[in-house]
Design a protein around this ligand. Structure first.
Ligand SMILES: Cc1ncc(COP(=O)(O)O)c(C=O)c1O
Length: 392
């Protein structure tokens, strides 16, 4: 049986997070492992009303096959929202997809031949490594600094390797919580506009900034880019709805790939989400999410300060859902994971987020899915586990 599977299957790491999430199904475990929004934020009543209206008023359209590009009024809404934020996007430059995750697969499908060089951040979103990995590229990772990717290394790799793509998460990055500074975004524009490499900007967290002012999308500075967006963090991940923004030439190929893959994204869901966005107070909804995550993030940072040893470093993100912890050199977050599970608390060891040579003393903590009480107790337990492991 083993011989029947395609060679590429043996090269794809099984998602470590999925394995961890199995462990954390135990309700006694306080989990900072998953990347889940807080379900309190789901606008379930509004969505129920919107769904009833769509099914009552437009059931023929909502239950029928539809266009690959996606529901036009929803693409108009997304384009208008970008324009309101100062980014010139036409509805025809938008393709609706099944969460931004599908975008990663489609991008891999239309660009990557086996062995093509692809740049990624170090560390990066592990399901991106997995998704692009199916197309067997040669990943080259560029270190992240506190204000974004290391430009010197990036420039060097662009010049020497002439990669096809650079995959980046400029806002509240998963896993580190790092955000690219305005200056870095501008510089990236200068650098990429002189290269043939496409900048792939994955932005699922941009709308959940809870400290400071919004920064322009990197796309603002680029001639040649792909931008990914998602409703997962602002409405609900279960609806599996996201989009890709790309210019004509790339869009044509994306549409062909999507058509072959699933014909189109669920039109009923697209119509419900559109009805919800047009008919309800989405801005107030977003404000509530930001307020809640800010409180949870502040609580986690305060507890880390209180319970972790002083030589443990951590990021303090201005938005998003994660912070990144660096243990003293020589400590292993895998070992800490075992010790933490004994204390009924979980996180994701940093190893999962590297395509090669992982920094074994790193780990990711999610703050969006736990209330303050659980954060207080969980970080206290984790601090205890770190101190015990240090003594060994
Ligand atoms: C950086 C990044 N990209 C893409 C995704 C996938 O999101 P979606 O639910 O839109 O498929 C996630 C989900 O956590 C993410 O963190």
């Amino acid at each position: 049986m083993k011989d029947l599977f395609a060679d590429r299957m043996s090269k794809i790491p099984r998602s470590f997070v999925r394995e961890i999430l199995k462990v954390t199904e135990n309700p006694d475990i306080i989990s900072f492992a998953g990347g889940l929004p807080n379900p309190i934020s789901f606008p379930h009543k509004d969505i129920a009303e919107a769904a009833a209206v769509v099914l009552n008023d437009s059931s023929n359209e909502a239950l029928q096959y539809s266009s690959t590009e996606g529901y036009k009024p929803l693409r108009n809404y997304i384009a208008d929202r970008y324009c309101g934020a100062g980014l010139d996007v036409e509805p025809d430059q938008i393709l609706m997809i099944n969460g931004s995750q599908q975008g990663l697969d489609l991008i891999g499908k239309i660009f990557l031949n086996r062995g093509d060089v692809m740049l990624i951040e170090r560390p990066t979103y592990l399901a991106a490594i997995q998704s692009f990995g199916f197309y067997e590229p040669n990943f080259v990772s560029i270190p992240l600094l506190n204000d974004g990717v290391d430009l010197q290394t990036l420039k060097n790799k662009l010049k020497t390797l002439n990669p096809k793509l650079f995959y980046s998460i400029p806002n509240f990055q998963n896993p580190t919580g790092i955000t690219y500074s305005r200056k870095k975004r501008e510089k990236i524009g200068e650098i990429f506009n002189q290269s043939g490499t496409i900048f792939v900007e994955d932005n699922p967290y941009g709308e959940i900034r809870f400290i400071g002012n919004d920064l322009p999308c990197v796309k603002t500075y680029l001639n040649n880019s792909i931008l990914l967006g998602s409703f997962s963090k602002i409405v609900s991940p279960g609806i599996r709805l996201g989009w890709i923004v790309a210019d004509d030439e790339i869009m044509k190929h994306l549409i062909t790939a999507k058509q072959a893959s699933d014909l189109h994204s669920n039109i009923l869901t697209q119509m419900i989400v559109h009805r919800y966005l047009k008919g309800y107070d989405v801005e107030t909804h977003l404000k509530l999410i930001r307020k809640m995550y800010r409180t949870q993030r502040d609580c986690m940072v305060a507890m880390i300060k209180k319970y972790f040893p002083q030589d443990v470093k951590y990021t303090k993100p201005e938005g998003g859902m994660f912070l990144w912890v660096t243990l003293p050199v020589g400590m292993s977050s895998m070992e800490l994971f075992e010790a933490a599970i004994d204390e009924n608390v979980a996180f994701v060891p940093g190893e999962a987020f590297y395509s090669e040579n992982p920094e074994k003393n790193t780990l990711r903590l999610n703050f969006s899915n736990s209330d303050e009480k659980r954060i207080q107790e969980g970080i206290k337990r984790l601090g205890h586990a770190i101190k015990n492991l240090k003594k060994k």
